[in-house]
Design a protein around this ligand. Structure first.
Ligand code: TYM
Length: 332
């Protein structure tokens, strides 16, 4: 059976990278797969989170997922800490994964930076929890942005080593689904850095909660180079900022890059930026207004997440029971 699992961290609101790289694909995949979508709050606390803000971010992220088109009735939407199988399986995987594998994880190196000795143990073990998220449901497909590719390779290694160590054919090899034209949306301030929630400058990203004026300002101030836009895609090479803006436009409109450049090639950025603003505002406005409506209804969000957690638990618990049998634990 084919099953999707994916998640996002409640560490501030969704930005356009999360939407184009992941959530928008989740919405489309709902037609063909059984889907489980998760607000990964256990992952969020690998770096310090203010408890009040975390609570509100969990609800806000769930609201943005629903506003973007995730259907919590047909599919499963929940927050990770309500389903204990994630943490339990992660521990078992901590004993399967090797230190050498985790030492290679580039995201840990980036996030821990120069203060490696001061990073939490959780931040280091993060990919092992991510493997548990996916494999607790024996998910077969995982739609993510480009930046999660290495974590998914580790998930496949953990699944294979578990099967091999215990001489079973238990866990599947989950396939990453890195889909669409915008698998890596870049910062508006620096086309060589990915758009990220952790960037200190809010001008670097388009938040799904930004109003039309803020969007217009961010796009107007987005970094570009001095040349006019090229007429062909090859002319975007070595021009990361131009490439990023064109990619965003292509992803939001479903117009091929070649057609966009045929129209705007040879013109200055100011005209194109205006066209891009119109598209971003038009596409995000319905999501933003639905998000605002849902955010005012904590009772609905909490009930939806609780129901999702029950359904997630019902899938994960029997799988975890079998894992415990395989490992040699006694089940109740
Ligand atoms: P997170 O919360 O950083 O991001 C959520 C999703 O958005 C994608 N993404 C991007 N895509 C394109 N361009 C960008 N600039 C960009 N920034 C983020 C991410 O690739 C991701 O798909 N570790 C994960 C959450 C997670 C998870 C999982 C995902 C935990 N367990 C199990 C899949 C399966 C993360 O931190 O995503």
């Amino acid at each position: 059976m084919e099953r999707i699992f994916s998640g996002a961290q409640p560490t501030g609101n969704l930005h356009l990278g999360n939407y184009l790289g992941a959530i928008r694909n989740w919405v489309t995949l709902q037609k063909d797969f059984e889907c489980i979508f998760c607000v990964v709050d256990l992952h969020a606390i690998t770096v310090w989170q203010n408890p009040q803000e975390l609570r509100s971010n969990i609800r806000e992220l769930a609201a943005s997922m629903i506003a973007s088109g995730v259907d919590p009735e047909k599919h499963v939407l929940f927050n990770q800490s309500q389903v204990s199988a994630h943490a339990e399986l992660a521990w078992i995987f901590n004993c399967v994964a090797r230190l050498g594998w985790l030492n290679r994880m580039t995201q840990f190196k980036e996030k821990a930076g120069k203060h490696r000795e001061n990073a939490s143990l959780g931040l280091y073990a993060y990919p092992s929890l991510m493997a548990a998220d996916i494999l607790a449901y024996k998910a077969t497909h995982v739609p993510v942005g480009e930046d999660q590719k290495q974590h998914l390779e580790l998930t496949r290694d953990i699944a294979a080593k578990f099967n091999n160590d215990f001489e079973v054919d238990f866990f599947p090899q989950p396939e990453p689904l890195i889909l669409g034209p915008a698998t890596r949306v870049m910062s508006l301030r620096d086309g060589t850095k990915k758009m990220s929630k952790s960037d200190s400058s809010d001008m670097s990203r388009i938040n799904m909660t930004d109003d039309a004026d803020t969007l217009a300002k961010k796009i107007r101030k987005a970094k570009t180079d001095a040349e006019p836009l090229p007429s062909e895609a090859a002319g975007l090479e070595g021009r990361p900022e131009a490439k990023n803006l064109i990619t965003i436009y292509a992803a939001l409109t479903d117009i091929p890059v070649a057609d966009i450049l045929a129209e705007h090639g040879g013109t200055q950025f100011s005209g194109f930026k205006q066209a891009l603003t119109d598209v971003v505002v038009e596409k995000l406005a319905p999501i933003t207004s639905e998000m605002t409506r849902l955010k005012a209804d904590n009772a609905y969000i909490d009930a939806t997440l609780a129901k999702g957690a029950d359904r997630a638990d019902a899938i994960a618990q029997p799988i975890l029971r079998e894992v415990k049998e395989i490992v040699g634990f006694l089940n109740r």
